[in-house]
Write a protein that binds this ligand. Structure first.
Ligand code: FAD
Ligand code: 2HG
Ligand code: ZN
Length: 514
């Protein structure tokens, strides 16, 4: 038993690649992945709503709102990418993509669409994993790509105000220049938008430290289906003035309004950051190491991730990376962020020494060198993409009690047998959030039927959540009932009816069709 390179800078150099570099567009373009079947064919039970179809005069109206044709895309080859999701699991056939630059333009578009009963699909970076960001049929895509202005970053209050189409990684960089850190971080940061993050209430890699976006987002500006602009911006952490309407837009996946601007609280960046990558013998040790990390590291624990052997094998294989430690059944990535290097290192050393003495951790490496920390993070962040590279990947993002956390991976592995290339489990153990991924060479109905509703029934039986952080989108609407009781579902339908009586905002998403 030994702990290699403790606080040293001698770890191995890993190769570079970011999530944005491996976008679906490149993968489809290179012929590496199949263009999915149209959603209406793969899911024939979904019926198109009573919406109008886009006419030439509608297109002319959009051109007049957006001041010309270059922000109204209608050519099939320029629209294709907006119709297919990141996973390659769903495909719509929209014939129009609109690219507003201002809240007023979004408002005019929605007012017009509502009057004409034209359905719309708001789209951010299109990195969503539940089929929510692309049309199911011919909904008009409203892309927030051009709404990417950062209005203000105040280092005193830590408040960042921006339009919703800003890319998360850009915000991270700009916040860092002011000594601040974005309160969320995810593998898709190079492409996803902050508006998409807020609309999905994205979790990510540091939720264990900074909490979820219902807390960090101080205010939003959103446009409702009839074009009304809801100014719910706030520059304060405390604001108890009646119903907290911003929460309706956080996590509602574009079904209640289009988020156009927001203000978000960014904590002060930590001066001292360490990353430990550990090898463990079994899941029980992972669970106990998490408890020991919480107890031993306390306030400096900023990330606690679990990776099983097949997940690491996938990211190292597909992205030509090297693990800094030998092969183990399980790995953990533990990050600390604090303000005093000596204090943090002492805490981390004590925690790791004790975990190794107890036999919880078998091997590990620790570093505070930025390049090496980034390289260790890549091993974890690229797992999601690497599994898609097997051909097709069924992704389940579930909350489970820690006692039952890994059992489902073993159960599913046995259930699907050779139909799968890999059945893996990894994720944010610090938040009880497992990513169960089942990869195969291509999409197949036989394996799909073995997986669903099985995975959701299993999750519901242990009182887990069928969506921990990715949302419901299109792919999970049928399974919402496993996590929401009928009274809650009924209230959700009523809210939707109240806020979007014509149902034009991202139809067929979140709520099951009635
Ligand atoms: P999109 O995919 O474009 O849209 C997502 C949903 O939000 C859709 O329903 C869309 O209609 C709606 N929407 C988008 N913008 C707006 C808007 N301005 N107003 C109203 N509705 C809008 N998710 C996590 O939670 N944690 C992770 O750790 C994580 N890691 C990921 C890693 C990889 C490699 C990938 C590919 C995805 C990951 N995701 C993760 C999923 C995804 O990145 C998040 O759901 C992200 O928040 C989506 O942002 P987006 O801008 O791409 O939104
Ligand atoms: C992650 O944590 C993301 O890497 C993606 O949430 C998970 O693809 C997945 O299943
Ligand atoms: Zn995740």
């Amino acid at each position: 038993m030994y702990l290699r390179s403790l606080f040293s800078t001698t770890g191995k150099q890993l190769s570079h690649r970011t999530a944005s570099q491996t976008s679906w567009l490149r993968q489809f373009a290179s012929g590496h992945r199949e263009i999915p079947a149209l959603t209406k064919e793969r899911y024939p039970s979904i019926k198109r709503g009573q919406f109008s179809e886009v006419s030439d005069s509608d297109v002319a109206q959009f051109e007049s709102i957006l001041g010309g044709s270059n922000r109204v895309l209608t050519q099939p080859e320029e629209i294709q990418g907006y119709n297919i999701d990141y996973l390659g699991s769903v495909r719509g056939f929209s014939r129009v993509v609109l690219k507003p630059k201002s809240t007023d333009e979004v408002s005019e578009i929605l007012r017009y669409c509502n009057e004409r009963k034209l359905a719309v699909c708001p789209q951010g970076g299109n990195t969503g994993l539940v089929g929510g960001s692309v049309p199911v049929f011919d909904e008009i895509v409203i892309s927030l790509q051009l709404m990417d202005k950062i209005e203000r970053i105040d280092e005193y209050s830590g408040i960042l105000v921006c339009q919703s189409g800003c890319v998360l990684e850009t915000l991270e960089q700009k916040a860092a220049e002011k000594g601040l850190v974005m309160p969320l971080d995810l593998g898709a940061k190079g492409s996803c938008h902050i508006g998409g993050n807020v609309s999905t209430n994205a979790g990510g890699l540091r939720l264990v430290r900074y909490g979820n976006l219902h807390g960090s987002v101080l205010g939003v500006e959103a446009v409702t289906a009839d074009g009304r602009i809801m100014d719910l911006m706030s520059n304060f952490k405390k604001d108890n003035t009646g119903y907290h309407l911003k929460h309706l837009f956080i996590g509602s996946e574009g079904t209640l309004g289009v988020i156009t601007r927001l203000s978000i609280f960014c904590p002060t960046a930590s001066k001292s950051v360490n990353v430990a990558f550990l090898g463990l013998e079994n899941y029980e040790s992972v669970k106990n190491t998490f408890l020991a990390a919480k107890q031993g590291l306390g306030e400096i624990l900023s990330s606690c991730e679990m990776i099983d052997a097949l997940s690491l094998e996938s990211s190292t294989y597909h992205f030509n990376l090297q693990s800094p430690i030998d092969k183990y059944p399980f790995y953990m990535l533990i990050e600390t962020s604090g303000s005093n290097m000596n204090h943090d290192e002492e805490k981390l050393t004590n925690f790791l020494t004790s975990a190794m003495e107890k036999g919880l951790v078998i091997d590990g490496t620790v570093t505070n060198e930025p390049t090496k920390m980034r390289n260790i993070w890549k091993l974890r962040e690229l797992i999601a993409d690497s599994l898609i590279n097997d051909g097709y990947c069924f992704k389940y993002d579930i909350s489970l009690p820690l006692d039952n956390f890994y059992d489902i991976v073993l159960a599913v592995r046995e259930r699907v047998g050779p139909l799968a290339t890999k059945v893996t489990g990894y994720g944010h153990i610090g938040d009880s959030n497992l990513h169960l991924n089942v990869s195969c060479s291509k999409y197949g109905t036989e394996i799909h039927k073995l997986l669903e509703p099985y995975v959701y029934e299993y999750t519901s039986n242990v009182r887990g959540s069928v969506s921990a952080e990715h949302g419901i989108g299109f792919l999970k609407t049928k399974y919402l009932k496993y996590s929401k009781r009928p009274e809650s579902l009924a209230l959700m339908h009523q809210l939707k009816q109240l806020m979007d009586p014509n149902g034009i905002l991202n139809p067929y998403k979140v709520l099951p069709q009635v």
